[in-house]
Design a binder for this molecule. Structure first.
Ligand SMILES: NC(=O)c1ccc[n+]([C@@H]2O[C@H](COP(=O)([O-])OP(=O)(O)OC[C@H]3O[C@@H](n4cnc5c(N)ncnc54)[C@H](O)[C@@H]3O)[C@@H](O)[C@H]2O)c1
Length: 256
């Protein structure tokens, strides 16, 4: 029987306090990894939860906060061998109405945040000669356009571009860089989007949920665990010949 065992690996997961990031943290803990959950939602800078789990307060848009979190994770658990960039936000508006502060904030968290954290962890991996993994939680919005999500789609296209360039440049160091493109995942972000989208489109959140399900060939939206399973594969030796990929986890909604 093949099992995926991450004993001895240490993973830093941004945005790991809820939704997809939390699903990944739970699964990676179950697989034996040391886990640093780094999230802006935490009150305290550092909390040790157990021998293999720490919480770090992190703002991915702030270089100082990023370098502190990366250093603390490595000091506390050992060198980071796997990075998962899951921190992300969205706002909704028609493209002609997007407010400048919403454009800037979404680009800062989703695109700049991925760049800052990836860069800091990559330096640590290169210095430690670690054959690491970087897994970016992008979106099918990194490949397609969706109404009322102009800033979000732009930010996720940027994440996929950066994933590909890092994959090329870090291949010689044996650091593999891939992205996951989830479809519609039942999380706090998605529930907020349905409320905001319903207001903009003069529908109800329930109608948007029905519309969401109707667009998915597999007939249901995703749970965080659907995405976490693919992240575990990308963190494992089973994916050792893959880099620079953008893998859809969309129930068939996106096929390109
Ligand atoms: N839910 C979906 O349908 C869906 C689909 C495709 C992609 N995604 C992506 O998956 C990722 C996770 O989203 P989710 O749906 O789990 O949302 P979520 O809101 O449940 O989780 C996002 C987490 O990121 C944290 N965060 C926000 N800003 C931060 C910052 N500046 N620094 C550090 N942490 C910060 C939040 O506190 C939260 O814990 C995001 O990148 C999102 O764009 C979500």
């Amino acid at each position: 029987m093949i099992t995926i065992d991450l004993t001895g690996k240490n993973v830093l997961i941004t945005g790991g306090n809820s939704g997809i990031g939390k699903g990944i943290a739970d699964l990676f803990l179950e697989a034996g990894a040391g886990v640093a959950i780094a999230d802006i939602a935490f009150e305290r800078k550092y909390t040790r939860i157990s021998e293999r789990l720490i919480h770090l307060k992190l703002d991915v848009t702030d270089r100082t906060s990023v370098s502190e979190a990366v250093r603390t994770a490595a000091e506390s658990l050992g060198p980071i061998t796997i990075l998962v960039n899951s921190a992300g936000i969205s706002t909704m508006d028609y493209a002609v109405d997007i407010k400048e502060e919403d454009w800037d904030r979404v680009m800062a968290v989703n695109a700049k945040g991925t760049y800052l954290v990836s860069q800091a962890v990559a330096h640590q991996m290169i210095d430690g000669k670690i054959e690491g993994r970087i897994i970016n939680i992008a979106s099918q919005a990194g490949k397609n356009g969706y109404r009322c999500m102009g800033n979000y789609c732009s930010s996720k296209h940027a994440v996929l571009g950066f994933t590909k360039v890092m994959a090329i440049e870090l291949a010689a160091k044996r650091i593999l860089v891939n992205a996951i493109c989830p479809g519609i995942v039942e999380t706090g972000m998605k529930h907020r989007e349905r409320i905001d989208g319903a207001k903009l489109r003069k529908m109800t959140p329930e109608q948007i949920y029905e519309e969401d399900c109707s667009q998915v060939p597999l007939g249901r939206t995703a749970n965080p665990s659907d995405v976490a399973n693919v992240a575990l594969f990308l963190a494992s030796p089973l994916s050792s010949y893959m880099t620079g990929q953008a893998i859809n986890v969309t129930g068939g909604m996106t096929m390109n």
